[in-house]
Design a protein around this ligand. Sequence first.
Ligand SMILES: Cc1cc2nc3c(=O)[nH]c(=O)nc-3n(C[C@H](O)[C@H](O)[C@H](O)COP(=O)(O)OP(=O)(O)OC[C@H]3O[C@@H](n4cnc5c(N)ncnc54)[C@H](O)[C@@H]3O)c2cc1C
Length: 122
Amino acid sequence: MMAESTVPEGCSSVQVEIYFSQKYRPFSGSPSDLIEPTVRDLIRCGVLREGDRILMKDAVFVPYANIIFDHDRASALARVQGFLDDAGIRSCGRFGEWAYYWTDDSFKSGERAAERALGDTG
Ligand SMILES: Cc1cc2nc3c(=O)[nH]c(=O)nc-3n(C[C@H](O)[C@H](O)[C@H](O)COP(=O)(O)OP(=O)(O)OC[C@H]3O[C@@H](n4cnc5c(N)ncnc54)[C@H](O)[C@@H]3O)c2cc1C
């Protein structure tokens, strides 16, 4: 994914996501080890040019990111959400619904949870 952000005049930014999973593709090493191979691949793909001047490079590890739709998901989700429902806890959002939500989906999920919570009290 590429994202625009506030950068100095005449510059632009590129954000790259590289995925790992403790279960299927464990992460080892340091996030910064991935910078140079990523730059090389961006040049190979034509996103960057050989002589491009890069003012700032950074890499961070985000331990919880995308939802993984493996074979255990449906049963595990039903169990967790059933437990929360029984306890009257309204979970929402990407991690509350364990769904591949974008920001707008998460917002709407929050609205639905709030409406349900209001319904619970009313
Ligand atoms: C790498 C990546 C890139 C993405 N890019 C985009 C994009 O370009 N466009 C887009 O629309 N969406 C994008 N998304 C998806 C979007 O970020 C999420 O869908 C959205 O932020 C989810 O919102 P949320 O409120 O459900 O969860 P979050 O934004 O993760 O908010 C959950 C919050 O709960 C807090 N929290 C967790 N546990 C506890 C606890 N026990 N007590 C108190 N607080 C707690 C967390 O610290 C966090 O602040 C991206 C997601 C990822 C991972």
